[in-house]
Design a protein around this ligand. Structure first.
Ligand SMILES: NC(=O)c1ccc[n+]([C@@H]2O[C@H](COP(=O)([O-])OP(=O)(O)OC[C@H]3O[C@@H](n4cnc5c(N)ncnc54)[C@H](O)[C@@H]3O)[C@@H](O)[C@H]2O)c1
Length: 363
């Protein structure tokens, strides 16, 4: 079947690309969604100076893994006070970008629960109003700047909502590695592993093709080489730039394939066991690699371009890589019994993301 690849986001990459917000928002009013540490880092003041009077609303109390309990008030204040603004600028990790994606989708009533109701129904809908999104990631991981998806968490009810509309594709992504120089070691590792997981999940995926593979393979090679070195040299601008590019490539890959089994498993590990997203979706990668291997000759060839022809060596390499970053790779390391793990994998295979996994039919 002929391959197809589509990504409508205008991507700007390189040190200083944040400054492009000036020309990209010319003549518009802007609401800013930014991670909490940005004020102390001087980044908020820099953006205020760049945007001047165009900046009409600021949301800076972004929570990691944005939860509906917190989003409700933020959403309703946003639409009440800044409902007329044209652009939402998200500056932060996936939590800030996903928060911005939730805010930008306007319901008829301006009430957040109306949006949740639409998401819970799981049917496509066209919102009566939607803002334009510009996303500047400050972590190298989620790829949310080049995807239309947002994950909204409901820890109270132990579930999550997936937001995905045509209008939630960012109009532009500004990938400025200088913004990532202050990311602490733990977040650098977990976000980098999120990107690795995106790239691998884009390969063992029923939606994969040679175009998505090109981005995915290149991302994996960069991350395997670069992330351990960056962990030991966090202020190195060249390594930050390589990881930023690798996360962008992984984001491009899965923007067309979506994720698969490792992510499907991760949601339960985050909700039930509190694991950070990047760890939750990467500790199973050696195991999922074993489940993917031998399912599809073309997928095997792609995996073997990265890992060579021997499955056991490939799994050992991935395990060693994760262990070298301080990440444990067995369910039992996280207090999950073998029986629970088996049930979790079976359940994950039935989920929307699990069904993208090439082994899902046969498993
Ligand atoms: N939409 C998508 O396609 C997609 C894909 C993967 C993950 N996600 C979502 O992204 C979220 C996780 O995002 P994340 O992994 O980027 O972490 P995050 O955004 O939660 O950030 C982690 C921590 O680092 C801080 N931080 C961010 N940038 C910083 C910087 N430059 N300097 C210092 N501190 C900084 C944040 O304030 C936060 O405390 C989850 O909610 C997950 O569901 C979305």
């Amino acid at each position: 079947m002929p391959a197809y690849f589509h990504n409508p986001v205008a991507s700007h990459f390189g040190a200083g690309s944040l400054n492009r917000i000036v020309e990209l928002t010319e003549g518009q009013t802007v609401a800013l969604v930014i991670f909490p540490e940005a004020r102390a880092l001087g980044l908020l003041a820099r953006i205020e100076a760049l945007l001047g009077e165009r900046l009409v609303h600021i949301v800076e109390d972004v929570q990691p893994n944005p939860d509906v309990a917190h989003l409700r008030a933020t959403y309703e204040t946003f639409w009440r006070e800044a409902g007329a603004c044209e652009t939402v600028l998200a500056v932060g990790g996936g939590s800030a970008i996903d928060t911005a994606k939730a805010l930008m989708v306007g319901t008829a009533s301006g009430r957040f629960d109306e949006l949740l109701g639409l998401l819970a129904a799981g049917k496509p809908f066209t919102p009566p109003r939607c803002k334009t999104l510009i996303a500047a990631p400050t972590t190298a991981g989620t790829g949310s700047e080049v995807t239309p998806w947002a994950t909204l968490w409901d820890a109270g009810a132990q579930k999550k909502y997936s937001l995905h509309l045509d209008c939630t594709w960012p109009k532009a992504a500004l990938i400025d590695p200088e913004l990532m120089l202050t990311v602490p070691a733990g977040v650098t590792v977990s976000t980098g592993l999120d990107a690795l997981s995106h790239a691998l999940e884009a390969i063992w995926n029923v939606n994969a093709n040679p175009l998505s593979d090109t981005f995915a393979i290149s991302a994996i090679e960069d991350i395997l080489d670069c992330l351990p070195r960056l962990r030991g040299d966090l202020e190195n601008p060249d390594l930050r730039a390589r990881m930023a590019l690798a996360a962008l490539k992984a984001g491009m890959a899965f923007s067309n394939t979506k994720t698969a089994l490792a992510h499907s498993i991760s949601y339960e590990m985050t909700l039930r066991h509190g694991l950070p997203h990047g760890i939750a979706c990467s500790f199973t990668l050696p195991h999922v690699l074993g489940l993917a291997w031998g399912r599809d000759a073309v997928r095997d060839q792609t995996l073997q371009r990265v890992f060579g022809a021997d499955l056991h060596q490939a799994q050992a390499r991935l395990r060693h890589f994760l262990h070298s970053l301080g990440v444990k790779t067995e369910f039992s390391d996280y207090g999950v019994t073998e029986e629970e793990a088996g049930a979790m994998i079976r359940h994950a295979l039935q989920g929307a993301r699990g069904k993208n996994f090439i082994g899902s039919q046969a498993a």
